[in-house]
Design a protein around this ligand. Structure first.
Ligand code: HEC
Length: 207
């Protein structure tokens, strides 16, 4: 009987020790991870407050590539199907109007500019340092010019792509294009993409 009691006591203390050890391994590390996660979360939200969220450069670049294809395909398609003589409304003139409307909506700014030194309309001549640099580089053979600038305290991504003489019809109105060496651009599309994330104010209602 005496022996049995000691055995029972011994068994109980062994059980208690095992339970305590189990508690330590189960509680200890997992509560550490929990604390670390909480701390990381606090740090993240602190960082988010300090640094305004910005669209990654790769996304802005992709946006320009996509817009460039859409705009150029539309301009060429309109010229091909609807512009038959010099009295027809040119796709270039349509582009100037729809680019103005796009800019007013606040998504991005885009301009169709001249690279020959003889624009149809003077407002289409390169008008700031980036546009002048882009025309020089595109004429030298570069096919994409890009730069990040700060305009009125806001960071923007700027990019330019060449506009070549893609069809004979272009020369119908722009006679001097016939003197431009093959492969050289006669103009450029210049984009200014805001790097802030989210929807522009002008478009909040989705119109
Ligand atoms: C029917 C006449 C006509 C045709 C065809 C035409 N354009 Fe134009 N283009 C214009 C006019 C007019 C403007 C000025 C638009 C404005 O600012 O309102 C213009 C503007 C431009 C500009 C901006 C610089 C500038 O000269 O003002 C470029 C670049 C351009 N066109 C390239 C082309 C290309 C490339 C083609 C062929 C795909 C083409 N155009 C076909 C009449 C034409």
């Amino acid at each position: 009987m005496k022996v049995r009691l000691t055995t029972i006591i011994a068994l109980f203390s062994l059980l208690a020790a095992t339970l305590a050890a189990y508690q330590a391994t189960a509680d200890g590390p997992s509560s550490d991870v929990h604390n670390q996660q909480q701390q990381a979360k606090r740090n993240r939200s602190k960082r988010a407050q300090e640094v305004p969220r910005e669209v990654p450069l790769a996304i802005a670049r992709r946006e320009v590539r996509m817009l460039d294809d859409i705009y150029k395909l539309a301009i060429v398609l309109i010229t091909d199907k609807y512009v038959h003589d010099v009295t027809d409304f040119p796709a270039g003139a349509a582009a100037v109007q729809w680019f103005k409307a796009i800019g007013e909506k606040g998504w991005h700014k885009v301009r169709l500019i001249d690279a020959t030194g003889m624009p149809e309309v003077q407002t289409n001549a390169p008008r700031d340092a980036f546009e002048r640099l882009a025309v020089r580089r595109l004429k030298a053979g570069q096919d994409f010019v890009e730069r990040i600038e700060t305009v009125n305290g806001r960071r923007v991504y700027r990019a330019a792509t060449p506009v070549p003489v893609v069809m004979k019809k272009c020369v119908m109105c722009h006679e001097h294009y016939k003197d431009v060496p093959a492969g050289k651009p006669v103009g450029a599309l210049v984009y200014t993409i805001p790097l802030r994330s989210g929807q522009p104010k002008a478009n909040k209602k989705g119109n």
